[in-house]
Design a protein around this ligand. Structure first.
Ligand code: ADP
Ligand code: ASP
Ligand code: MG
Length: 430
């Protein structure tokens, strides 16, 4: 069997969904699990509903209405009048309305997962029904019958043993009867049957979990790029496609923040030696990128940019050196508040860490540090990682920027940079 994953961009409107139907009819064959994300920017829109409801910053019903209308318009374009799909999608939105009618009495992260998960539930309902309409027979599968997680809402940790047992007992029967299953990315369920999510962009990871559990022959993720490129084409011109990557190289790239694949995706498929094809839904015949094997190849320089970072400069209040016991305390705090350290530098009396600029989490950490440490925070900075670096490229990336910290390894350079505006001489005449 094989696993295909279609992300938000590939199902953003009616034409995109029809195009997915064509790709599946042509390349999908049988014995396939199709993992689908929420349509277009639905997840962002539902995040706004949660924010408005929880913090009373806006009218959550009005924001939800926008999402509903988008989905109903899509249904009108894809189906004849009176198709039962509209009612089943409506039922899912009504469940959200029940939540937001009530006073808030659960944690933010819990409420987030109950509301935001609706994006994937409705998209898969619509796409599964549409595919059946065009004769691409499939069964809608609720992934919450398969992927079990703990109750870390917004970042559920997978219970591999239970998930493996569920997948192996339920999915082969569906594939035998209906040839293909269509299911949601990004979602899981706790042992008390509450919906969880696996972290933003987690649908790639879902596809990897299923590939692992079902010993897939291959996994394909269909994207709006020709494959893995030497940098994000939204940031740089002259990027080129990398035809082949080892699992290790792909893990490195995604670890440093290359947004093209969720970082947790590669490990499960590497463990079972399952090839991962990154394909373009705009050019389905194109070769894409193949991730497989452990052979290290000659790679071109690859650039990964993480914008919106903060640099925390930490020193002790009693002027002592920042030693192991301090570092132990600091890392315990970062873990407690789920603040991922992207880069760090330790000097005699100060310790600097680069983290994502998430003010809410950073403030909590700073609050707990304040008795023992002085902390100065720099924001408005970016972290650039270059794999397989070449001097000229690295220098060009530093242009018009101040290097706050730099770490130069054999195959990886990391730099924390602050952009500076170019000084413009004042013309004497004014
Ligand atoms: P999906 O909708 O499948 O989740 P994403 O939008 O998450 O797709 O991922 C595809 C995007 O990743 C591309 O549009 C591109 O802008 C971005 N991207 C970042 N780095 C790279 C890279 N090195 N190669 C290709 N795409 C990249
Ligand atoms: N819909 C989710 C998100 O936008 C998961 C995904 O697309 O991978 O984060
Ligand atoms: Mg994504």
């Amino acid at each position: 069997m094989r696993v295909y994953k279609f992300g938000g961009a590939s199902v953003k409107d009616a034409d995109a969904v029809k195009h997915v139907g064509e790709i599946l009819s042509k390349f999908g064959g049988e014995d396939l699990v199709v993992v689908v994300s929420a349509m277009g920017k639905t997840t962002n829109a539902l995040e706004k509903v949660v924010e408005a409801y929880y913090n009373k910053t806006d009218d959550p019903f009005k924001l939800l209405e926008v999402v509903k209308v988008q989905h109903y318009e899509l249904i009108d374009e894809l189906f004849e009048d009176g198709n039962a799909i509209k009612a089943s999608v409506n039922d899912l939105f009504v469940e959200v309305e029940w939540v937001i009618e009530d006073e808030v009495h659960d944690s933010y992260d819990y409420v987030y997962d109950q509301i935001v998960s609706t994006g994937e539930l409705v998209s898969t309902r619509i796409i599964s029904a549409y595919l059946n309409e065009i004769g691409y027979e499939n069964e809608w599968l609720d992934i919450r019958d398969i992927i079990q997680t703990d109750n870390t809402y917004r970042e559920g940790k997978v219970d591999w043993e239970l998930t493996l047992a569920n997948a192996q007992s339920k999915i082969p029967t569906i594939l035998k009867n209906k040839k293909r299953a269509v299911t949601q990315g990004f979602l899981g369920v706790t042992s008390e049957n509450h919906t969880t999510t696996l972290g933003r962009e987690g649908s790639d990871y879902t596809a990897a979990i299923l590939s692992y559990c079902l010993d897939a022959e291959g996994m394909s993720i269909w994207k709006d790029v020709p494959g893995i490129l030497t940098a994000d084409p939204r940031r740089f011109k002259n990027v080129t496609k990398i035809d082949r990557l080892s699992y290790k190289e792909a893990i490195e790239m995604t670890y440093y923040g290359a947004k093209v694949i969720h970082p947790k995706t590669i490990k499960p498929i590497q463990n079972k030696n399952i090839p991962l094809f990154v394909k373009s839904f705009l050019d389905p015949e194109g070769a894409g990128t193949v991730i497989s094997g452990d052979l290290e190849l000659n790679y071109p320089p690859v650039v990964v940019v993480e914008p919106n970072q903060a640099l925390l400069h930490i020193s002790t209040k009693d002027f002592s050196f920042v030693a192991e016991d301090h570092l132990g305390k600091l890392f315990t705090l970062f873990a407690k508040h789920r603040l991922k350290v992207n880069m760090m530098q330790n000097k005699a009396i100060s310790f600097s860490v680069c983290v994502k600029n998430a003010p809410y989490r950073i403030n909590k950490v700073m609050e707990e540090m304040k008795d023992e440490f002085h902390v100065v925070k720099d924001s408005g900075i970016e972290l650039i990682t270059v794999r397989h670096h070449q001097d000229a490229l690295v220098e060009s990336l530093k242009e018009n920027k101040i290097v706050l910290i730099e770490d130069r390894g054999k195959s990886t350079i990391q730099m924390v940079l602050r952009p500076i505006s170019k000084l413009q001489p004042i013309n004497e005449e004014g």
